[in-house]
Design a protein around this ligand. Structure first.
Ligand SMILES: [Ca+2]
Length: 124
């Protein structure tokens, strides 16, 4: 459980916002950043697949364009996204499973980590 100390908050607006957060945590679960990120990874897939186990081509195109455009250069180029989808599709069923989608998330997380640390994770 997160600790709250609102006594040092200066404005009424900050107090209201802190109170709103406390109420929200009391009513709902109050996940930390890591838990939120994992939930987002899962719900983003499920929203794009309409709750199904696999993403079809158009679902994958939409997910990449809408949700990953900030991390990927070619996210709005349909042919590049199609190529990426084929690269991820290890069982060649023409669809992207959750596991195949996680490969993409892992790749992006690794690229982000490398860009932040200035190193390649593959180098030992
Ligand atoms: Ca597949």
């Amino acid at each position: 459980m997160r600790e709250f100390n609102i006594s040092f908050l200066e404005t009424n607006r900050e107090r209201r916002s802190a109170v709103a957060e406390i109420v929200s945590c009391l009513l709902f679960s109050c996940p930390n950043d890591m838990e939120s990120a994992i939930k987002t990874v899962v719900t983003t897939f499920l929203n794009s697949s309409s709750g199904k186990e696999n993403l079809n081509g158009s679902g994958f195109q939409k997910l990449v364009k809408k949700k990953l455009g900030g991390l990927m250069q070619d996210a709005d180029r349909a042919s590049a996204v199609k190529e990426m989808q084929q690269g991820l599709d290890v069982n060649n069923d023409g669809k992207v499973s959750f596991q195949e989608y996680l490969t993409l998330i892992g790749y992006l997380a690794n690229s982000l980590s490398e860009s932040k640390t200035g190193t390649s994770a593959n180098a030992s």
